[in-house]
Every structure is written in structure tokens, then in C-alpha cells.
Design a binder for this molecule. Sequence first.
Ligand SMILES: [Zn+2]
Length: 163
Amino acid sequence: MTPLTEPEIRAAFVNCTKGEAKRLHVPRDLGTRPWDDLDFLGWRDPQALDRAYLVAVPDGRPVALALRRPSPGPGRQRRTMCSVCLTNPVGGVSLMVARKAGKAGQQGNSVGIYLCDDLACSLYVRGRKDAGPGARLPESLTLEEKVERTRSHLTAFITRVTT
Ligand SMILES: [Zn+2]
């Protein structure tokens, strides 16, 4: 994806208030992120473990989402697969919940998705980050096809949040 700047990312949030978008945590190392290998940039707030964010450019325009990770109850060791990259990374998969954009969100509507806890889906798909033994099922798809599938899963989630 095209590298994005902090102001571009803050301006791209669709499901939080302008004030929240101004204050929320954006990584400081944007200049060194492997943008060429990213379908989306995702990150966690180091100060608030239940918060995560992602930004993608689904239709030529950046769209950023604020996500909440509901605190896991006891017995959380359920093995779940990431809905975006179909990986079961050793770092875990979390249910992340996004408030819907606009009026629906103000009325309390949200949508959830299972995502790699570290939001490194793009790197797992490309084999740029080791997800651990058995984390990815062997597939006959080409890398391009896997990347395409990852992007379409993410775009479908963004559409669920924004419509
Ligand atoms: Zn993933």
C-alpha cells in the first residue's frame, strides 16, 4: 500500500469522533513500516491494551477504523482463525469490535471480526513474519491470490463498518 502520514491516518478515521481521532495513538515509526508488504497497517495502543486501529486504502482513499478488543473472559484459549488472513498465529487471534460509522454507530451498533492479535496479517500471508508451527494451512493458491483474498476479506469488513 502507499505509505501514509500521521495526518492522513488521523483524517481517515470513520468510526470515532474527530477529537478521538486527534488523540488516539498512531505509531511514530511510520517511516520505517514495510508499506510495500502491507495490505493494511494495523497497530495496538501500547497504553490501552483493549484498543487497536487499522488503516487501509480500499478504493484509493484511506479508511481507518478504531477497534475495541473486549476483555477476554476466563478460558480464552479457544483456537480461532483470523478472518482476514486465515492464520492461527502463535500470538493469538482476538475478537475485535468496530463501532459502525455514522448514525448506526451513534445508536450503538457495532460489528466484530476475528483478527490476528498483532494485526500483522499482511506479513503472515507473505511469510515475512513467522506465525508459528501449523499456523497456516498448506494451500495451492499463489501469493497473489492469497494477497487478493486477504484484501477482499478486509475490504468486506470495512464495508460492514461503513454501510
Ligand atoms: Zn490475520
